[in-house]
Design a protein around this ligand. Structure first.
Ligand SMILES: [Zn+2]
Length: 417
């Protein structure tokens, strides 16, 4: 009997091992390519300037007063610059900033395996500087400085709301990084609760543009839940085997071969029909990054939450100071023009500015923020200066009202639109 030569005896295990090695090489090469694919400096500038122009054009088409727009843009740019600098400081990859028309702006970057505390600092660097500036403006404000008043409100409101612990606001991301990222069920529950809150508030405001913005936030909060749960499942299975290895390699983005095989198998198991190697590579890299991320220790987590709470407190206190400063002063007599709602003539104003009622066209991005100002910019016909309080639109009514707080006290003006 003749034995077959040993070199022709190939076991099934060897074939599988060769196939696994080939796939690993392919996936690791694709990850290297993805990392090398940084957009150039020019491309980033085109994105930033192009999205900014689109933002301005669309906002102007919706009849936003130019002055109001410029204030909001300045506040947004300062906010995003804080995130941007934080990301550069902590070595995030592919950091870029862009505007989102009708919405605001954002900074994106790939954190790699950045520690949880770094992600929390990046989240805080957006709203905190703006809150300090807003508080300083509020302290400096005396009646008769409408521009300072508007800047103070814009800084306090945009940054204060962003610090609220609701996902996907900065405050929500912070709470998630230091608390809920530890457990995938808590993480999903937090996203769903945030979405419900946004959706509820949005529906309340709905005919108003701000209602649509809140509903968009609800969408962003909920759209990531299935993927977050899937990644959570994969991570829970991978942690016992790879957790220590990933923690040891926290300084390096390289994926060791023994870990790569486990990661690829896990991705294939959850997504048997992924279309191409690129999709596999992206998931493998994200899984490895998430394995490397460590939530901060409990004392640090408590410290971050305290800073967040103090920031919110500062915003609320500064807003109260600003409101008090704007309302404490009493004005002299003011003469309303003929045709003024409630009639022309001279009335006693409690504030330095003229008071009265302003009809608000439906196209105006009306909110209590605009309405509460003690001095209106007159940007179109049929607009008067008003000292007024915003009353949200009742259900079924297309626009809300500005209620006059003094002078013609209690009178309401509905929109002329
Ligand atoms: Zn932010």
């Amino acid at each position: 009997m003749k034995a077959s030569p040993p070199e022709f005896r190939i076991s099934a295990a060897a074939i599988l091992e060769a196939a696994r090695a080939a796939e690993r090489e392919e996936v690791l090469a694709e990850i290297a390519r993805l990392r090398g694919e940084k957009s150039g400096g020019l491309q980033r500038w085109i994105l930033l300037v192009g999205s900014f122009v689109l933002f301005l054009v669309l906002a102007r088409m919706l009849d936003n007063p130019l002055e109001w727009l410029l204030i909001v843009v300045a506040v947004i740019v300062l906010h995003e610059a804080g995130h941007y600098l934080g990301m550069l400081l902590f070595g995030y990859r592919d950091v870029r900033m862009f505007f989102i028309p009708l919405f605001g702006a954002a900074v994106s970057g790939r954190s790699g395996g950045a520690a949880g505390w770094k992600r929390a600092v990046v989240a805080l660097l957006g709203p905190l500087p703006g809150l300090f500036i807003g508080a300083a403006c509020a302290l400096l404000y005396v009646p008769g400085q409408p521009l300072l008043h508007r800047f103070a409100w814009a800084f306090l409101l945009l940054n204060g709301t962003n610090l609220l612990p609701i996902y996907p606001l900065d405050g929500g991301r912070l709470v998630q990084d230091v608390l809920f990222s530890r457990n995938r069920c808590l993480d999903a529950a937090f996203r769903v609760a945030s979405a419900l809150l946004f959706a509820g508030l949005g529906l309340l405001l709905l005919p108003n543009r701000n209602g649509w913005i809140l509903i968009a936030f609800a969408f962003f909060a909920v759209v990531g839940v299935p993927s977050a749960l899937q990644f959570g499942r994969m991570l829970a299975r991978l942690r016992p085997a790879l957790g220590d290895l990933a923690a040891d390699r926290a300084d390096s983005a390289e994926i060791p071969p023994e870990a790569a095989d486990r990661l690829i198998a896990e991705v294939r198991r959850e997504n048997p029909r992924l279309p191409d190697i690129r999709a596999v590579a992206w998931r493998v890299e994200t899984l490895w990054e998430r394995l490397q991320v460590r939530a901060p220790g409990w004392p640090a987590a408590l410290g971050f939450l305290t800073v967040q709470f103090l920031g919110l407190l500062l915003g609320a206190a500064a807003a109260a100071v600003l409101w008090w400063a704007a309302n404490a002063a009493r004005g002299g007599p003011v003469t309303h023009p003929a045709g003024f709602p409630g009639g022309g003539g001279t009335v006693q104003s409690r504030r330095p500015q003229a008071d009265g009622v302003e009809p608000v066209p439906a196209s105006f991005p009306m909110s209590w923020m605009n309405c509460n100002e003690d001095d209106w910019s007159t940007t179109g016909k049929n607009r008067w200066r008003a000292s007024s309080l915003w009353v949200p639109p009742p259900p079924g009514n297309p626009v809300g009202t500005c209620r006059v707080a003094d002078g013609a006290r209690g009178r309401r003006a509905t929109s002329a639109a």
